[in-house]
Unconditional design. Structure first.
Length: 317
């Protein structure tokens, strides 16, 4: 048994992007969420997913300031359940402005500045206290003002020096460039970032080589949007559906298993909208695609610019 197989549960995290707010771009969530999606119903749905995930062995929960009330829900769950062994990662940089409405014109606003970091870190600490084991810049792109903002870079380095690991997530067709550029940032000879969370899935694997370099350099690597915001599940490519059936699993489990099979050992962040979706996702821990199957699945990759153009057209619902 390899190291990755022996520690499979430690390499699956549950993200609350689809549960912390009533509207999101994920496909396949509308029919499984509570009717009306009111605050208390979404809190209850979140608790149910977190309870099942914990029972299944998942110990990592990923949230963000912009995921509506995800930090609030998680803080309440942690206080109620008193689990001492849960790893929490959160993100700053986007602010949720959807006012708990499905029809909001704008759901989140992005700002990478030192004042926004200070504001949102205080909010995160106010809810989650010392539970946060990783604080990430949300959706860093290669043209982000962060790269030339010495005040912000210094504030991130200070947070890291205080014992809070600092990372970043990436989006867009130039993710690989953003990953490499971010890991070059140093303050007084010390790297600013120790972790990265990027979009990698069977349709958009272009950041893979940069993540492999990060892993080789000792950085923590997480992968988000493992099922391409539901695209790989709602209308799975025929080859993915066939290979999944041969393993007696769904296309979501196979897509997540492909993430876990990468030799740069990423943590796969899954984003279920219900306990049923969670159970289907977690079958990935039992699925072991063969090298030939992985090679066939690799042919599903789209041109990155086309993938991100399609993603930008997904509606909030």
């Amino acid at each position: 048994m390899t190291e990755s197989e022996n520690r499979i549960d430690e390499r699956i995290a549950v993200g609350l992007a689809a549960l912390g707010r009533p509207a999101y771009i994920n496909l396949g969530r509308s029919d499984v969420l509570p009717p009306g999606r009111d605050f208390e119903a979404m809190r209850a749905a979140t608790y149910a997913v977190l309870d099942d995930a914990y029972r299944a062995g998942v110990r990592w929960i990923d949230v963000a300031r912009s995921y509506g009330s995800s930090e609030d829900f998680l803080a309440g769950w942690l206080a109620d359940r008193a689990h001492p062994d849960v790893t929490v990662s959160s993100k700053w940089g986007y602010r949720y402005v959807g006012e708990w409405r499905l029809d909001a014109e704008v759901h989140e606003v992005k700002e990478h500045t030192a004042p926004r970091l200070a504001e949102q870190w205080a909010e995160t600490v106010g809810l989650l206290g010392k539970s946060v084991s990783l604080y990430q810049v949300h959706s860093l792109t290669v043209d982000s003002p962060l790269f030339t903002d010495e005040r912000l870079i210094g504030a991130l380095a200070e947070l890291s020096a205080e014992g809070v690991p600092v990372g970043f997530s990436t989006s867009g067709p130039a993710q690989a460039d953003a990953v490499r550029r971010a890991f070059e940032l140093e303050v007084s000879g010390t790297p600013v970032f120790s972790a990265v969370q990027s979009t990698w899935n069977l349709l958009e694997p272009s950041v893979g080589p940069a993540l492999a370099e990060a892993h080789a350099a000792g950085k923590r690597v997480l992968v988000k949007e493992t099922v391409a915001n539901g695209r790989l599940v709602v209308e799975p490519p025929p080859s993915l559906a066939r290979i999944a059936r041969e393993h007696e699993a769904g296309p979501d489990a196979m897509a997540i298993a492909a993430v876990l099979a990468q030799d740069w050992l990423p943590v796969a962040v899954i984003g279920p909208s219900s306990t049923a979706q969670l159970a289907e996702n977690l079958l990935a821990a039992q699925v072991k695609p063969t090298p030939d199957e992985l090679e066939e699945l690799a042919t599903l990759a789209e041109v990155p610019v086309a993938y991100w153009r399609h993603r930008s057209c997904l509606g909030w619902h």
